[in-house]
Design a protein around this ligand. Structure first.
Ligand SMILES: Cc1cc2nc3c(=O)[nH]c(=O)nc-3n(C[C@H](O)[C@H](O)[C@H](O)COP(=O)(O)OP(=O)(O)OC[C@H]3O[C@@H](n4cnc5c(N)ncnc54)[C@H](O)[C@@H]3O)c2cc1C
Length: 296
C-alpha cells in the first residue's frame, strides 16, 4: 500500500484479513491522510460526531492487530523487475508482487503574488489547525466546493466575519450551502478571483478581480484560506500509467491501472467522488482484486 490515508488503511486491513502479507508506506509522521486534519467528520453516514483524528487512530490500531507493517517513508519510484515490483523509498527498495496506490491528493496552493511568502503568516489551508489564531478577526475563504464551505463553517464561530470568494458558482452539497447562508457572519463575493494576497510580514488583505467586469477591489482580512481543488500525488507512479486531464490515474472497475500489478484507489483515482466512503469502497474492491489476481 502506498499511502496511509483512509483508502490505504482500509485496503491494508482487507488485504491482511484475506491472508496477504501487507505493508503500508506513509510519507507523513501520522496515518489518516486528509481525514486526520478534520476535527469532526459530518459528511458521512455515521451515528453522532466522529473525529477524523480519532477515526485514523482507531483504524491504525486495527492494522496493528492484523500484523500489517507500517513504515513512515515516502515511495519515490516504482519499477518492474520480472514478476516483482520494486518500490523505492528514500531509504530502501521494497520488493512486492502487487501495489495499491493510495497516496491521495494534496490541496492545490493559491498561485498568486503574496500567497507563498505569506504562507503560515495568515495564509492557511487548515481551519481546524489554525482557525483559533484568527479569533475575532476577519478572514477570507477561497472556493465554492464542499471543503471551502466546511472550513468556512469551522471558522464562522471563531471569527468576526468570513467572506467566501467564489469564482463562478457554488458546487458544494446543499447542506453546506444552507448552513453557510444561515450563518450571520458569513457572506459571499461572487464571480471573483484572488489577484494577490496583501501584507507585509503578515496578511492584511486580498486583492480581488471581478471575472465579469475586470474591476479590482481590496478586501481587508487577517487570514486567507484557499480550498481551490486538489492535486493528485502520483509522481512515484510509472509514466506508462494512464492519467486523465487532471493528472488522476485511470483504472478499470476493479481498480486496475494500465500497468499490470499496480492498482489505484481514492483521491488519486480518476472518477473518485470525493467522500471517504468512496475511498473505503474502492479499497475493498482493490483488496479483492489483488487477492484474485494472486490466486491465478
Ligand atoms: C477539509 C476537509 C474535510 C473533509 N471532510 C470530509 C467529510 O466530512 N466526509 C467525507 O466523506 N470526506 C471528507 N473529506 C474528504 C476525505 O478526507 C477524502 O475523500 C479522503 O481522505 C481520501 O482518502 P485517500 O486515502 O484517498 O487520500 P488521502 O486522505 O489524501 O491520504 C493519502 C495518504 O498518502 C500519503 N502519501 C502521499 N504521497 C505518498 C508517497 N509518495 N508515499 C507514501 N505516502 C504518500 C499522504 O501523506 C496521505 O496520508 C474532507 C477533506 C478535506 C480536505
Amino acid at each position: 500500500m502506498v499511502g496511509g490515508g483512509i483508502g490505504g488503511l482500509t485496503a491494508a486491513w482487507y488485504a491482511a484479513r484475506r491472508g496477504l502479507p501487507t505493508a503500508v508506506l506513509e510519507s507523513e509522521g501520522m496515518l489518516g491522510g486528509q481525514v486526520a486534519t478534520v476535527n469532526t467528520l459530518d459528511d458521512w453516514p455515521a451515528t453522532g460526531e466522529v473525529s477524523g483524528v480519532g477515526l485514523a487512530i482507531a483504524m491504525s490500531e486495527k492494522l496493528e492487530n492484523n500484523a500489517v507493517e507500517v513504515s513512515h517513508e515516502a515511495a519515490v519510484e516504482i519499477k518492474r523487475s520480472q514478476d516483482l515490483l520494486l518500490v523505492k523509498t528514500e531509504k530502501r527498495t521494497l520488493r512486492t508482487r502487487r501495489v495499491i496506490a493510495a497516496a491521495g491528493a494534496r490541496l492545490r496552493p493559491l498561485d498568486v503574488p503574496g500567497a507563498d511568502a505569506l504562507r503560515g503568516k495568515g495564509v492557511s489551508q487548515c481551519a481546524h489547525c489554525d482557525g483559533y489564531f484568527f479569533k475575532g478577526q476577519d478572514v477570507v475563504v477561497v472556493g465554492g466546493g464542499d471543503s471551502a464551505l466546511q472550513e468556512a463553517l469551522v471558522l464562522a464561530p471563531l471569527c468576526r466575519s468570513v467572506t467566501i470568494v467564489v469564482r463562478t458558482r457554488l458546487c458544494a452539497k446543499q447542506v453546506y450551502v444552507e448552513r453557510a447562508a444561515g450563518a450571520a457572519n458569513v457572506k459571499f463575493i461572487w464571480d471573483s478571483e484572488i489577484d494577490a494576497v496583501l501584507g507585509n510580514g503578515t496578511v492584511s488583505g486580498v486583492r480581488l478581480r471581478n471575472s465579469k467586469t475586470g474591476e479590482r477591489t481590496d478586501v481587508s482580512c487577517a487570514g486567507v484560506f484557499p480550498f481551490i481543488g486538489v492535486l493528485p500525488n502520483t509522481e512515484f507512479l510509472p509514466t506508462a500509467i494512464r492519467r486523465d486531464d487532471s493528472g488522476r490515474v485511470i483504472t478499470d472497475e476493479r481498480m486496475r491501472t494500465a500497468e499490470p500489478s499496480i492498482f489505484a484507489i481514492g483521491a488519486l483515482r480518476s472518477g473518485f467522488s470525493g467522500e471517504l466512503t468512496a475511498a473505503t469502497g474502492e479499497a475493498a474492491i482493490a483488496a479483492a482484486a489483488v487477492t484474485a489476481d494472486l490466486a491465478r
